[in-house]
Design a protein around this ligand. Structure first.
Ligand code: FDA
Length: 409
């Protein structure tokens, strides 16, 4: 495959206006899907991006193996002020559609857990899929292109002034993503464009991010850094059962990243440390059958020595099982089942996988993704106030919204 055919090297010069029917700003997952879909319909299409590489987040995603979708996509896997907005696009371009595309490209994949599909080989397979799809229908991609100004002209046309000259189009798609990982090219550009054309923004914050702890608990977590346990963590009506990782700054791992989308400052996280065990029954059975062993010894049958030591300190009970009175038993059960911790903060955009909030969806068509404020203007992907859970849902949103807009632009 020769990427040079599709990736443009603009030599038009600043004086010449380049005309396309569709211009997409942002060569990420959503923008490239949209461009390929639009160009397949015969629309002359170019994607402009300021970065030096396309689809950088695809490349870095899923630990280099891109968790490109999930077998169990439901609208409930997405957060938005308007919970109905995502439904139409997700039903018109499903996980099965993207899996077919992956199979058409001969990409090998596997299910890791909870329906999460990853590339067997590398994220590059998905980047190449997107590039090939664009290439086959002659959708152009122009990298290292800095957008300076966007203007709406008469007759619903747009003029985009860039570092590489001037472009005009009928349909302009904003696919510039959210604020997470600024070093990968993330900017608030999409939000500025939205505001320029009268759209409201839902306040943004870092999502799918580790949480941090100061003080005594922070110190304890530091000493446990690298240990991982299986937990169920709850907050504000949401609950996730998965791994939790102790880190030098606090807590991370899939369970914590998931719940970070629901946590607000000052609130506790409630953690069940043995989510697959009936803790009362487990404790009673052991008291009867192994009365002479220390509580800490019992804990080390479930956790690593280091974590068992930490939980034992947390329980503040240094005794044999037979010495536990009923109040202490209740205390152990409560702590193991509903341990409450108060994070100080989240780690923030530097490491967050997504951005919560974004362009408010009430003024966007859920069918075409066209702006209700400015005909011909479209917003897709993460720039919108739609955020998926961890597990391939955010890419599925990018594919679905990109496909939906690409079918109308
Ligand atoms: P995306 O951010 O992908 O693309 C936006 C594009 O716009 C970029 O190419 C950027 O350079 C460009 N741009 C920004 N500002 C611009 C400007 N001013 N001018 C021109 N161009 C501009 N999701 C998932 O489902 N499975 C996973 O495995 C992972 N893993 C993962 C790991 C990490 C480390 C991160 C940070 C994120 C994930 N995600 C994920 C989330 C997923 O990557 C994300 O939701 C999608 O990439 C969003 O796609 P978009 O196309 O909307 O934006």
């Amino acid at each position: 495959m020769s990427p040079n055919k599709t990736i443009e090297n603009n030599t038009a010069g600043p004086e010449k206006v380049q005309n396309y029917q569709v211009i997409v700003i942002g060569a990420g997952a959503a923008g490239l899907m949209c461009a390929a879909t639009a160009a397949e319909r015969g629309r002359t299409t170019i994607v402009l991006d300021h970065a030096n590489k396309m689809a950088k987040k695809v490349l870095m995603s899923g630990g280099g193996r891109c968790n490109f979708t999930n077998l169990y996509v439901e609208p409930e896997n997405f957060l938005s002020q308007n919970e109905h907005f995502c439904k139409s696009a997700l039903s018109r371009y499903t996980q099965w559609d993207f899996i077919s595309l992956v199979e058409k490209h001969g990409i090998e994949y596997y299910e890791k857990e909870h329906g999460q599909l990853f590339c067997k080989n590398s994220s590059k397979d998905i980047r190449d899929l997107l590039l090939t799809e664009c290439q086959q229908v002659n959708a152009k991609i122009q990298l290292k292109c800095h957008i300076e100004k966007i203007e709406a002209l008469a007759e619903n046309r747009f003029e985009i002034t860039t570092s590489l000259g001037c472009y005009q189009c009928e349909s302009l798609v904003i696919a510039t993503g959210g604020l997470s990982i600024p070093t990968m090219g993330a900017t608030g550009f999409g939000y500025q464009v939205a505001e320029q054309f009268g759209h409201k923004l839902v306040p943004t914050s870092a999502g799918l991010t580790p949480v941090t702890f100061n003080g005594k608990l922070g110190q304890a977590f530091k000493t446990l850094a690298g240990n991982s346990i299986s937990v169920e963590v709850s907050c504000n009506g949401a609950s996730f059962k998965s791994a939790m990782l102790f880190t030098h700054k606090g807590l991370s791992g899939p369970a914590i990243l998931q719940i970070s989308n629901y946590w607000r400052r000052g609130e506790p996280l409630t953690i069940n440390l043995l989510p697959d065990t009936d803790i009362t029954e487990w404790l009673q059975t052991n008291i009867e059958q192994r009365p002479e062993i220390q509580l800490k010894t019992l804990l080390s049958t479930q956790f690593s020595q280091a974590v068992a030591g930490f939980i034992s300190d947390l329980l503040a009970l240094n005794c044999k099982l037979k010495q536990l009175n009923s109040q202490q038993i209740a205390h152990v059960v409560e702590k193991l089942e509903q341990w409450q911790v108060y994070p100080d903060d989240v780690e923030g955009y530097r490491v967050a996988e997504v951005t919560l909030g974004g362009v408010e969806t009430n003024d966007i068509s859920s069918k075409s993704f066209e702006s209700g404020k400015q005909p011909g203007l479209y917003f897709i992907g993460e720039v919108l106030d739609v955020t998926g859970h961890l597990g391939g849902f955010n890419f599925q949103w990018a594919w679905a919204s990109g496909y939906a807009a690409g079918s109308y632009v």
